[in-house]
Design a protein around this ligand. Structure first.
Ligand code: SF4
Length: 262
């Protein structure tokens, strides 16, 4: 990938590193600028309202079994009509996810907020704009109006598809209830890499209670699909000093993507 000057300028502005494909960069991710060693990473808290301790969530078998055979229309319809947990009570609408249905890169966030609940789309508002800028820096986009390109477009969704009241964190039961939908989305997209943004995405996919700072920076695996854990954009807006680490994580995810012609 060749970086355009606008991309370079944007990355410099954000204090982020540049990613180069392996062939150009050698075995490691190439860097320009960024944080130095010895700077202890700050940790994104797992959540202020709910404990995430205990066993990984397990999906209800009925919904899990039904979801396993659903195609995209059936899955979307099932989500829209779902009342499997209490989050259905206060939602304006479900937030299913969007993007390329066979994207090489899948982004999994946490839960819809107020703006997502209103718009029906994941990652809108300031955190969505930050995510879009970071994806664009890697040559990726969620824009469904662009010509379909699985290598350039991502699929974005959340761990739960309905907004928790007052933007509280999703509970373990709610994560478990919604997990079959996320699992089926992953199975249908068949991404080359999943970027799990935030503690609840990591919990839902990896069943791990560890803080983001312990999980990020290395590849995990979910049913054979590489998973990169990183900070949620909403957290990065509050802790911009961690943007460089998030960029490192996105660069790590990019190493899992197929080489592109350009
Ligand atoms: S959050 Fe998920 S499991 Fe709960 S009602 Fe919404 S779609 Fe169903």
């Amino acid at each position: 990938m060749r970086w355009s000057e606008p991309q370079r300028a944007m990355l410099r502005e954000m204090g982020l590193r540049l990613w180069l494909p392996q062939a150009a960069a050698g075995p490691d991710i190439a860097v320009a600028g960024a944080t130095g060693p010895g700077h202890a990473p700050a940790d994104e808290p797992a959540g202020s309202n709910k404990s995430m301790s205990g066993a990984p969530p397990s999906a209800p078998s009925g919904l899990a079994l039904a979801a396993e055979t659903m195609d995209w229309p059936a899955l979307q319809s099932a989500v829209e009509g779902c009342r499997a947990c209490g989050l259905c009570e206060n939602r304006r609408q479900t937030v299913f996810g969007l993007g390329h249905l066979r994207a090489q890169c899948m982004v999994v966030g946490e839960a819809p907020g107020e703006q997502e609940d209103a718009s029906g789309e994941p990652f809108v508002g300031d955190s969505g704009q930050l995510l879009d800028r970071m994806l664009r820096a890697l040559g990726l986009s969620r824009d469904a109006t662009e010509p379909a390109d699985a290598a350039r477009q991502v699929f974005i969704t959340n761990t739960v598809k309905c907004r928790p009241p007052r933007n509280r964190n999703p509970t373990g039961d709610e994560l478990s209830a919604c997990q079959p939908f996320l699992q089926r989305q992953v199975a249908l997209v068949q991404p080359k890499v999943i970027i799990a943004m935030g503690a609840f995405a990591a919990r839902s996919l990896l069943g791990s209670d560890e803080p983001i700072g312990k999980l990020r920076g290395r590849l995990h695996s979910w049913r054979g699909v590489p998973v990169v854990v990183t900070y949620h954009p909403a957290y990065l807006l509050r802790q911009p000093s961690d943007k460089a680490r998030a960029w490192e994580d996105l660069c790590l995810a990019a190493t899992c993507l197929a080489p592109r012609a350009d």
